[in-house]
Design a protein around this ligand. Structure first.
Ligand SMILES: [Zn+2]
Length: 187
């Protein structure tokens, strides 16, 4: 690789931030196993957890969101900010349970969809069906796929094609945009 090309790659990596650096820990073995995670996701819910439908959309004016969210949550969810890598305790969360949107409580991922990407951001290889919508953003030099909560539109992260098989997807999520509800939590 030419030196200039190498430096260019380094710069691009720094810009993307969300670069995968470690081996995948616990991917499902085949497409059928992923399908099972999609159909059985409610098994990861704690008893009594409210489950809003992604179609019941939540729309609030920004001043209202400001009151409801912390400054950091607002920056990520409503302004598409990115938290610093390695700052979310949810990156190391290993208990069984469900990750819900910090804005509206919609279940987005189960613990069985999570893997250790080594990026410093909570990472998932698939989502709960219908939970997320995507759009292309051009905030850095090349296009990335942004994804957000289907219910409240809150920005969650970006999805990349370097995830573990069989999905090959890596949902690189801001921990601050999520709330974790362990399966054994009291209602
Ligand atoms: Zn939401």
């Amino acid at each position: 690789m030419q030196r200039r090309e190498f430096l260019g790659t380094l710069a691009a990596s720094a810009l993307i931030g969300c670069i995968s650096g470690r081996a995948f820990a616990n991917p499902p073995k085949d497409a059928k196993a992923v399908e099972a995670l999609h159909t059985n996701w409610k098994e990861f819910l704690a008893a009594g957890t409210p489950v809003p439908a992604p179609t019941e959309t939540v729309k609030r004016p920004n001043p209202e969101w400001r009151k409801l969210l912390s400054a950091q949550q607002y920056d990520v969810l409503r302004e598409e900010g990115t938290e610093r890598a390695g700052t979310s305790p949810l990156d190391g969360e290993k208990r069984a349970g469900v990750f819900v949107c910090a804005g509206c409580g919609l279940p987005l991922f189960t613990s069985a969809m999570k893997f250790n990407s080594g990026t410093g951001w909570p990472s998932f290889f698939t989502t709960i069906p219908g939970a997320m919508q995507t759009k292309t953003d051009y905030k850095i030099v090349f296009p990335r796929t942004e994804y957000h909560c289907a219910r409240c539109g809150g920005h969650q992260g970006h999805v990349f094609d370097d995830g573990p098989p069989p999905t090959g997807k890596r949902y690189c999520n801001n921990g601050v945009a999520l709330r974790f509800i362990p399966k054994d939590a009291k209602a």
